[in-house]
Design a protein around this ligand. Structure first.
Ligand SMILES: NC(=O)c1ccc[n+]([C@@H]2O[C@H](COP(=O)([O-])OP(=O)(O)OC[C@H]3O[C@@H](n4cnc5c(N)ncnc54)[C@H](OP(=O)(O)O)[C@@H]3O)[C@@H](O)[C@H]2O)c1
Length: 468
C-alpha cells in the first residue's frame, strides 16, 4: 500500500498540472493506489477558493469517484517570490497536522517554469517547509524538464539544489522514461542470450534511435524557439535512450546501479561536428491539415534559425561499441510520429543462398516505444516454393496496452514512484551533466539549418545521412 503523504503541486493552475498531474493523481485515487490520508495541495498565484479550483479541473468519468477525489484537493494561493505567502503555507501545513493529517511526508512537485525553481526551493528551505533530512518522514522535490538550458546553467541550478537537499531527495523528471521501456530494454537484452551475446561491435553494424513527432510547436513557440530540437529532445530523451541501449548490465535493478551504468556510457560519447544535420519546418500539410511555417508560429522570433529537426551520428567510445555508429534523429511536423530504437546487425557473409533471386537483408531488432510498444525482428527465410532464394520477413510483437509517454498514465507511474521513493525513472545529476556536455558540443558545431516542408520526412540531407 502506498504511504500516506501530502503532495504539493506548485504551478497548479498551469497546463501540465491541469492536463497531466491532477488527472494522474485522480487516476491513482480511482485505482485505490493513494493512501486514504494522502492530501493534495494545489499551489499557485491566482486567488481561488477550493471550489473555484475544482471547477478548473477535468473531471474523470465516474462522478462519485471524482467527488471523493476532490475531497483530497485543496487550493493554496502563493506567489513564488513572496516570503509571507510561504509563511502562510507553513501555517496551513501546521493546521493540517493539528487536525490529525500527518504532514511529515511531503512531495513538492515543481510544475513551473524552470526559472522559478531556485526561488521556490530557496524559500521552501528558508521557511523550513522543505529541507534536508527531516526528523520525521521525508521531503522529496520533483523538477520538471528542462533542467537548465546548457551545462553551465544546469550546473548552477544543481549547485543551488544540492546546497539545500540531498541527491536522494531530488527527482528530475524525464517523462519519456516510462518504466515499461526501461524494464523492457533490460529484460529483452539481459534475459535473451541470443541478443545479449551479440550486443556489441562484433555483431552490430549500427544503432538508430528515432523520435519523430507529427505535432508542430503548437502554441509553445516562445519556449521552443529558445530550446530547439537538440535541447528539447536530444539532451534528455534521446541520450537517455542511447544510454539505456548501450549500457552494461547493472549490478541490480536499483536506481543507483542503473544510473551508474548510464553515466558510464554518456561519459564515453564522442561528437563529430561534421556529422550533424539540422532542419526547420516550413508550411505544409499533415493528415490534410495545414501547418503554419515555423517562423510564423506565435512566439517564434523573426528569421529564427532554431532547429525543429536534428540528426546526429555519435560514437560510444568503449570496448563494447568501438566503431559502431549511433544515429539519433528527431523532428517536429513530420509525416509520421513514432519512437523506436533499431539495432541493425552485420550482414551474413554471402556464401550460400545469395544468388540473383535472393533479397538478403541484415537482422534488425526494433524496440518500438510509441505508438504500440513492442518488439520486431527482421530475419531471412526461404521464399516459399523457390530454389533456396532468401527473403527478409518480420516477427512482430506488441503489447495490447499502449503505454504512451507524457500522458496522465506516464505521470501516474512517476508520481507513485516518487511516493514510493523509487528514483529509477528519474535522471541523476551525472546523467544530466554528461548529456549537457554532449548537447553543448553538438550546438557549438553551428551547423546551418536546412528547411523541410511540414508533413515530409525531414530535410533532404538527412535522408542521405541516415541509414535505412
Ligand atoms: N505542459 C506540458 O505538457 C509540459 C510537458 C513537459 C514538461 N513541462 C514543463 O512543466 C513546467 C510547467 O509547464 P506548464 O506548461 O504547465 O507551464 P504554465 O502553463 O505556464 O504553468 C505555470 C504555472 O506556474 C504558475 N506561476 C507562474 N509564475 C508564478 C508565480 N510568480 N507565483 C505563483 N505561481 C506562478 C502559473 O500560474 P498562473 O496560472 O497564474 O499563470 C501556472 O500555474 C515547465 O517547466 C515545462 O517545461 C510541461
Amino acid at each position: 500500500m502506498a504511504q500516506q503523504c501530502i503532495v504539493l503541486v506548485f504551478g497548479a493552475t498551469g497546463d501540465l498540472a491541469k492536463k497531466k498531474l491532477i488527472p494522474a493523481l485522480a487516476n491513482l485515487h480511482a485505482k485505490g493506489h493513494l493512501h486514504k490520508g494522502t492530501r493534495i495541495l494545489a499551489v499557485s498565484r491566482r486567488p481561488l477558493t477550493d471550489a473555484q479550483y475544482h471547477k478548473e479541473l477535468l473531471p474523470i468519468k465516474d462522478k462519485k469517484v471524482w467527488a471523493s477525489f476532490l475531497k483530497r484537493v485543496s487550493y493554496h494561493q502563493l506567489d513564488f517570490s513572496n516570503r509571507s505567502d510561504y509563511l502562510a503555507l507553513k501555517g496551513r501545513l501546521a493546521k493540517m497536522q493539528a487536525a490529525g493529517i500527518d504532514t511529515s511526508r511531503r512531495v513538492f512537485h515543481l510544475a513551473t517554469l524552470p526559472e522559478s525553481f531556485p526561488t521556490i526551493i530557496e524559500q521552501l528551505s528558508k521557511e523550513c517547509i522543505a529541507y534536508r533530512a527531516p526528523k520525521e518522514g521525508w521531503h522529496r522535490v520533483v523538477f520538471e524538464k528542462p533542467f537548465g538550458h546548457d551545462l553551465s546553467s544546469a550546473h548552477g541550478l544543481n549547485t543551488e539544489i544540492t546546497r539545500l537537499f540531498d541527491e536522494n531527495q531530488v527527482y528530475r523528471i524525464d517523462h519519456y522514461l516510462g518504466k515499461e521501456l526501461v524494464q523492457n530494454l533490460l529484460v529483452l537484452r539481459f534475459t535473451n542470450p541470443l541478443f545479449d551475446r551479440s550486443w556489441n561491435s562484433q555483431y552490430v553494424s549500427h544503432v538508430t534511435i528515432r523520435l519523430y513527432e507529427q505535432v508542430s510547436v503548437e502554441g509553445r513557440g516562445e519556449y521552443y524557439d529558445k530550446a530547439g530540437a537538440l535541447r528539447d529532445m536530444v539532451q534528455n530523451h534521446m541520450l537517455q535512450l542511447l544510454a539505456l541501449t548501450a549500457m552494461e548490465m547493472p549490478a541490480t535493478t536499483d536506481a543507483h546501479d542503473i544510473h551508474y551504468e548510464k553515466v558510464k556510457v554518456l561519459k564515453t560519447v564522442e561528437v563529430d561536428p561534421k556529422q550533424i544535420v539540422l532542419g526547420q519546418y516550413t508550411a505544409g500539410k499533415i493528415n490534410r491539415k495545414s501547418v503554419t511555417d515555423y517562423r510564423k508560429e506565435e512566439g517564434v522570433r523573426k528569421g529564427s534559425t532554431t532547429e525543429t529537426y536534428a540528426a546526429v551520428k555519435l560514437h560510444v567510445n568503449n570496448r563494447r561499441w568501438h566503431g559502431v555508429p549511433f544515429y539519433l534523429s528527431t523532428g517536429k511536423a513530420l509525416k509520421e510520429g513514432y519512437a523506436e530504437i533499431t539495432i541493425t546487425f552485420k550482414e551474413a557473409a554471402c556464401l550460400l543462398f545469395c544468388g540473383a533471386d535472393s533479397k538478403l537483408a541484415p537482422n534488425k531488432l526494433t524496440i518500438r516505444i510509441q505508438p504500440h510498444e513492442g518488439v520486431k525482428l527482421q530475419f531471412n527465410i526461404k521464399e516459399l516454393l523457390s530454389d533456396f532464394s532468401a527473403t527478409p520477413h518480420e516477427m512482430d510483437y506488441h503489447y495490447d496496452a499502449e503505454f504512451r509517454m507524457n500522458t496522465p498514465e506516464a505521470y501516474e507511474r512517476l508520481l507513485s514512484d516518487v511516493i514510493k521513493g523509487d528514483r529509477t525513472l528519474f535522471t541523476s545529476w551525472g546523467e544530466v551533466e554528461y548529456s549537457w556536455r554532449i548537447t553543448d558540443a553538438l550546438r557549438k558545431a553551428r551547423v546551418p539549418v536546412q528547411q523541410y516542408p511540414a508533413g515530409s520526412t525531414g530535410p533532404d540531407e538527412a535522408k542521405r545521412f541516415l541509414p535505412d
